[in-house]
Design a protein around this ligand. Structure first.
Ligand SMILES: N[C@@H](CCC(=O)N[C@@H](CS)C(=O)NCC(=O)O)C(=O)O
Length: 199
């Protein structure tokens, strides 16, 4: 399988973490692409031109990150990252929440790269509120991110890591001490350390 990634992409980081956590390194070839470069192979795999994108051994293209993560998880029954039980919907909803943090953070980063006079205050405030409300929700329900490793935890690790990497001025730890403690422990996992964009 080929997995198109970018070193700094938090969405690709989720997929790379799943590869490591599921022990799939031998089966997945990582292909680094800057999605803003002309990359015909990436666009062939994903017409949206975004990373991550996965091409399976029989040539099927799979995206976006939640679908790739679910596909990779299904390749082996060992250590399921999406539980089969009633917990399934809770885990997938928690993953959606952390993906939403990423969307709001990524939009903010892109908006900040535009000329100052073209930036929208309204959208930046809206994205910052969504980020803070969502980390508040995590802080209030950290139990949902404990226990056996799941896509909820992988998503949260990628999301908080991205806030640190690209938006440190948001200082998310200040109002979220329990989440900060969770993150400090979670970053010890080899899958977090091996995919650290700053590493
Ligand atoms: N919802 C997608 C988002 C992927 C995404 O936006 N990736 C960024 C890199 S962090 C990208 O490729 N951006 C290029 C673009 O938007 O054209 C996912 O979960 O995979």
């Amino acid at each position: 399988m080929k997995l198109y990634v970018a070193n700094t992409s938090p969405y690709a980081r989720k997929a790379r973490m799943v590869v490591i956590e599921k022990g799939l390194e031998d089966r997945v070839e990582l292909i680094s692409r800057n999605p803003y470069d002309e990359s015909p192979d990436l666009k062939a795999a994903n017409p949206l031109g975004k990373v991550p994108a996965l091409v399976t051994d029989d040539g099927a293209a799979i995206f976006d990150s939640p679908v790739i993560c679910a596909y990779l998880d299904g390749l082996s029954d060992e250590s399921p990252l999406i539980p089969a039980s009633a917990d399934r919907w809770r885990v997938l909803t928690a993953e959606a929440l952390t993906d939403g943090i990423l969307d709001a953070a990524y939009n903010t980063v892109m908006e900040r790269r535009r000329p100052e006079e073209e930036r929208s205050e309204m959208w930046q405030e809206r994205w910052a509120s969504a980020i803070f409300r969502s980390v508040d929700a995590v802080e209030a329900d950290l139990e949902g991110f404990q226990g056996p490793l799941s896509l909820a935890q992988i998503g949260l690790g990628a999301a908080l890591g991205y806030l640190d990497f690209r938006l440190p001025d948001l200082a998310w730890r200040e109002a979220h001490p329990r989440s900060a403690e969770w993150f400090a422990a979670f970053t010890q996992r080899p899958s977090m350390q091996q995919t650290d964009p700053a590493g």
